[in-house]
Each structure stands twice: as structure tokens, then as C-alpha cells.
Write a new protein. Structure first.
Lengths: 76, 354
């Protein structure tokens, strides 16, 4: 799952390295519109619908945070 | 606040949209972002094209065009109108009320009520509530509800947050008494502590327009706007809608003892497709029962978006059939409200150009 997430992130913002342990939000690697695109990609890739109330920057600040969010939606 | 009305009905809906159509691609160069990123946004949010008034066009111009269309086609008579409610955030003047201006231009009778209400995306729901309350007066038999805005004139063309989604237009909804005693359920919520989430800071009495307030400044996301332009805190608005709207709809249906399946259509305000899909998923409502194609075709004209949704998606159907509709509007104020009512066998339900 981790590789898939990084691949989606790289497609979204190819100018950044999402393998590095940065805070994606604080470092400006993802803005609010990137998050919307990311949610759409995650929804279609994993066949889920991330709850609208979880579309918050902190849930997309790292790969681990995204894995945690996917786990909440039943993605193992 | 829960609301309950009886013996009221909608008898006609007309939407009037500017003929001028602008494509998302035509404005991409205004934004401080790569074309690839803007196109991704277009896909996610459902932006495509929007209807924008020509320079100088005001709310009263579009409303009068629509009302004259109804008079000329014998769908409405001038002397039947006992109340004119105009919901707008872009009045012709600070004073007098634009509804009085419209009354004067059209030569409507003097024995009537004209009232302007400053509301936005919840303006259709709030306007219907006001119309229903007027109709409790024995002397008021027919109310004309006007929702109208030309907010493109207050949005920076270099603001990717707001410009792609904004739309202009007006709608006319005829509301009158009904012999049927069916209940209309509603609820309205307001939270002024979050009033700055959607705001035009300068140009009123608190911060009068000056040379300084007209200067375009860049925000942290690369958008340029002045303090006389609309500022929308998109993240806050999105989170507000996702937090507040689903429980409101659940409570409305619970109060009415109506199942989600029994509702034929969820005709919601449409800020963007992404937000609507998330609301539908949260409510476990099929996407086809909650149309989300208004923004991509016309833009979001605040309180006009629900009537546009009705006329564009259900126009012919509502002239011959009755459907149980759930309306919901949410936005500036902050305000969020909903209504559950049967709508149908309308005298007219159409969309025309200005």
C-alpha cells in the first residue's frame, strides 16, 4: 500500500520526493487542491469513499497519516 | 430550529441565466498555477464553464427580464403578486431595496410587500421559509420569490479559489397556498461566529472602499484578490458543510418519518461536484438522486443554484409529475437549512437566457 500511495503522490506533484520524511503540508508539498485530487485518486484506487469530515490537512501530512486514514476506511 | 408548514406549494420555477458563457480553459492563464495543475482541479471539482453577466448588468435587470417573460407568456399576472421577496448579496444600491426598484420598473400594484434579504447559498431555502410565513396572512395569496446574484462582479479573475466556480443569474419561484394539507418540514441553522469564512470585507460601512482596499494582493496559495473581492476560505467552508449538513438532513427526515429511499431527489446547493459526491456518500444516497451538474454547466450563482438544479434537471418532469424533494442550502453566514416537500404539476419549470 505504501508504494501505491507514494506513486499517487509522485504523479500528483512530481517535483517533490515523497519518500522523504517531510510534513507534506508544512513543507508546501500538498495544498488544499492537491488534497482534493489525492482524495479522488485514493477513492478510486482503493474503491472507497473517504468521509468528507476526514478531508483535513493533518490526515495527508505524511504517508503514515494516509495509511492510517485508509485503514479507517477498511483498506488493509 | 425545526420548522413546519402546511397548505403551501410551489407553482412555478423559472431560471434566468446570462447568455455569456466562459470556459475554464479560457481563464486558466489568469491563475498563478501550471496548466496541468489547473486541469486536475477542473476534473476534481467539476469546473467546465460558467455563465457571467456582461459588464454593468445588475440583479434587477435579470429579474425584470424573467418577470416580463412570465407576464408576456401569461404564466403570471402583475396584479396577483402580493409579495416580492428578493434574496441577493449584490443589490443594485445600498438603498433603496432592489425589490422596490423592480416593483417600480414593472409597475406592480402598491398594495403589496417588497423585501430584500441578504443571503447567499442557503437563500432558496430561507426565501421559501419567508414566503411560507407571508402566506399565513389572509391578504397574501401569491408570493414571488426572487433569488438573484451577479457576484462575478465582486470576484477577482485571478482567484482560483472562487473565480472558476462563480456564476451569475436569477430565479423566480411562485409560492402560493395549497388546498392539500400535506406537511412541509424544514430546519434552519446559523453560526455568525464563522461569518468570515465567506466575506467581502471592504465596500460597506465597516471598511469603506478606498484606493488601498482595491489593490490586488497575493495570498499564501498564489491567488490575487483585493479586500473588495469575495474571500472564500475554501477549506473551512468544505469542512463546515461536511460536518453540519449530513446530520441536519438525517434530523429532517427523522422528524418527517421519511426514509432516505422515499425521497425522489436531493436538490442541494452546488458549490462543486467533489463536495456533493462526498455529501451523497456520507448520506448513503445514490449520486443520481443528488444531481451535481450545475457548477460544470453554469457555475454557482449562490441562491440560484437550487432553482437552476430544479429547472435544468427536473424541468419537464415537474410539470407533469409530483416528486418528494429534499432541498438543502449552505454557505454565507454561516447558514445551513433544508426543506422536505412535494413539488410538481407546476405551471412552468424552465430555464431561459438573459
Amino acid at each position: 500500500m505504501k508504494e501505491k500511495i507514494i506513486s499517487i503522490l509522485n504523479d500528483l506533484r512530481p517535483e517533490f520526493d515523497f519518500n522523504e520524511p517531510f510534513d507534506f503540508i508544512k513543507e508546501g508539498m500538498l495544498d488544499s487542491f492537491d488534497i482534493i485530487n489525492l482524495v479522488n485518486e485514493l477513492d478510486s484506487t482503493f474503491d472507497i469513499s473517504i468521509d468528507g469530515i476526514d478531508v483535513l490537512p493533518e490526515n495527508f501530512s505524511s504517508v503514515d497519516a494516509i495509511i492510517k486514514l485508509l485503514a479507517k476506511n477498511g483498506v488493509e | 430550529m425545526d420548522l413546519l408548514f402546511q397548505n403551501k406549494k410551489i407553482s412555478g420555477v423559472l431560471t434566468i441565466l446570462p447568455e455569456r458563457e466562459i470556459l475554464f480553459e479560457d481563464e486558466m492563464s489568469n491563475y498563478n498555477f501550471t496548466a496541468a495543475k489547473s486541469l486536475k482541479l477542473k476534473m476534481a471539482m467539476g469546473y467546465n464553464k460558467h455563465r457571467i453577466v456582461e459588464e454593468g448588468v445588475c440583479v434587477s435587470d435579470i429579474c425584470c427580464h424573467g418577470l416580463n417573460y412570465l407576464f408576456e407568456h401569461d404564466k403570471l399576472k402583475k396584479n396577483e403578486i402580493d409579495a416580492l421577496i428578493l434574496i441577493t448579496q449584490s443589490p443594485d444600491y445600498f438603498m433603496p431595496p432592489t425589490s422596490n426598484i423592480i416593483q417600480g420598473i414593472l409597475g406592480l400594484k402598491k398594495d403589496m410587500i417588497c423585501i430584500d434579504i441578504n443571503q447567499g447559498c442557503a437563500g432558496f431555502v430561507l426565501g421559501l421559509v419567508q414566503a411560507f410565513m407571508f402566506l399565513d396572512q389572509p391578504s397574501i395569496n401569491k408570493v414571488v420569490l426572487l433569488n438573484a446574484d451577479v457576484l462575478s462582479r465582486k470576484v477577482s479573475k485571478r482567484d482560483r479559489n472562487s473565480n472558476p466556480l462563480i456564476g451569475d443569474g436569477a430565479s423566480i419561484t411562485i409560492v402560493e397556498r395549497s388546498d392539500e394539507s400535506q406537511n412541509i418540514y424544514g430546519n434552519i441553522w446559523m453560526d455568525g461566529t464563522r461569518a468570515d469564512a465567506l466575506m467581502i470585507p471592504a465596500g460597506g460601512f465597516r471598511e469603506p472602499a478606498t484606493n488601498e482596499t482595491a489593490i490586488l494582493k497575493e495570498d499564501e496559495n498564489g491567488n490575487f484578490r483585493s479586500r473588495e473581492d469575495l474571500i472564500m476560505k475554501g477549506d473551512e467552508v468544505f469542512n463546515f458543510v461536511q460536518q453540519e449538513v449530513p446530520p441536519m438532513i438525517e434530523a429532517l427526515l427523522d422528524k418527517a418519518s421519511v426514509s432516505k429511499d422515499a425521497v425522489d431527489y436531493y436538490m442541494f446547493h452546488q458549490p462543486n461536484r467533489f463536495m456533493l459526491h462526498k455529501l451523497a456518500d456520507k448520506l448513503n444516497v445514490p449520486h443520481e438522486k443528488m444531481p451535481s451538474n450545475v457548477v460544470e454547466n453554469f457555475g454557482n450563482a449562490s441562491g440560484v443554484s437550487i432553482p437552476t438544479n430544479i429547472t435544468f434537471n427536473l424541468g419537464e418532469k415537474l410539470c407533469t409529475e409530483k416528486k418528494l424533494l429534499c432541498f438543502s442550502g449552505f454557505g454565507v453566514g454561516l447558514t445551513w437549512g433544508s426543506l422536505l416537500m412535494n413539488v410538481g404539476k407546476l405551471n412552468f419549470c424552465e430555464l431561459i437566457n438573459y
